[in-house]
Write a protein that binds this ligand. Structure first.
Ligand SMILES: Cc1cc2nc3c(=O)[nH]c(=O)nc-3n(C[C@H](O)[C@H](O)[C@H](O)COP(=O)(O)O)c2cc1C
Length: 212
């Protein structure tokens, strides 16, 4: 059987993507080991620059360590209560040793984190990416070696809330066709060709499109 025959339908995948929420209230129930394994498996299969897989995932279940980490999950004066409440934390670290690949580290770790969050959604778990962290303090608590950077932290657990989706910008505000500024829906969404040189600059400034 080909692998593609097991794929979710495009509609069900989109529904999963759209229905994932950042969860900030958790039930105390522990996350079963088989689920944790699936989350880590989802992270492991993320794409990465040159397939270097620069990630290390630290799974924290121990209550004392979770509480210590939660003390440093804060942004200025705002401390995230859900970090202490979540029964499971996953700290996402990236190997920052390569000068060449360090530039891709946050993309790589971000993609692994996104895959974990989506797999969690499929399992009925809630997650929240925590970026407001004292990374150095957390690295010290978790005895993270020097060459690894603490990039992010995920809270994980069974949701105790069902928050409404925060609004998203409409596509018309964020999508450009072929070059920046050509909006969908404008003149059939097919940009006219604008000549180069001084004439092109003038036409672009005046937002005039010319079809040849
Ligand atoms: C890089 C990043 C950092 C974030 N940092 C925090 C954070 O420190 N605390 C928090 O409660 N939520 C944090 N979030 C969650 C966002 O607030 C949330 O994704 C956004 O409001 C959209 O809501 P949704 O995830 O439910 O769609 C972060 C998300 C990302 C991607």
């Amino acid at each position: 059987m080909s692998q593609s025959s097991n794929l979710p339908s495009p509609a069900s995948l989109l529904n999963l993507l759209k229905s994932r929420r950042s969860i900030r209230r958790y039930k105390p129930d522990p996350v079963p080991d088989e689920m944790v394994e699936q989350l880590l498996e989802a992270g492991r299969w993320a794409p990465s620059a040159s397939n270097r897989q620069p990630w290390q995932f630290i799974v924290i279940r121990d209550e004392t360590i979770r509480k210590q980490v939660a003390q440093h999950a804060a942004y200025y004066f705002v401390r995230w209560a859900h970090v202490e409440e979540a029964p499971l934390l996953i700290v996402l670290c990236g190997d920052a040793r390569s000068r060449v690949y360090r530039q891709f580290l946050h993309e790589d770790i971000g993609l692994a984190g996104a895959q974990i969050m989506l797999q969690a959604r499929a399992l009925g778990l809630g997650t929240c990416w925590i970026g407001g962290l004292d990374r150095k303090a957390i690295a010290a608590i978790l005895q993270v070696p020097e060459h690894l950077e603490v990039v992010g932290l995920l809270t994980v657990g069974f949701p105790a809330e069902d928050p409404p989706p925060p609004p998203r910008k409409p596509l018309a505000e964020i999508v450009h066709y072929d070059v920046y500024g050509h909006r969908p829906g404008e003149e059939g969404a097919r940009p006219g060709r604008v000549p180069g040189g001084a004439l092109g600059i003038l036409l672009r400034r005046l937002r005039i499109k010319v079809r040849f």
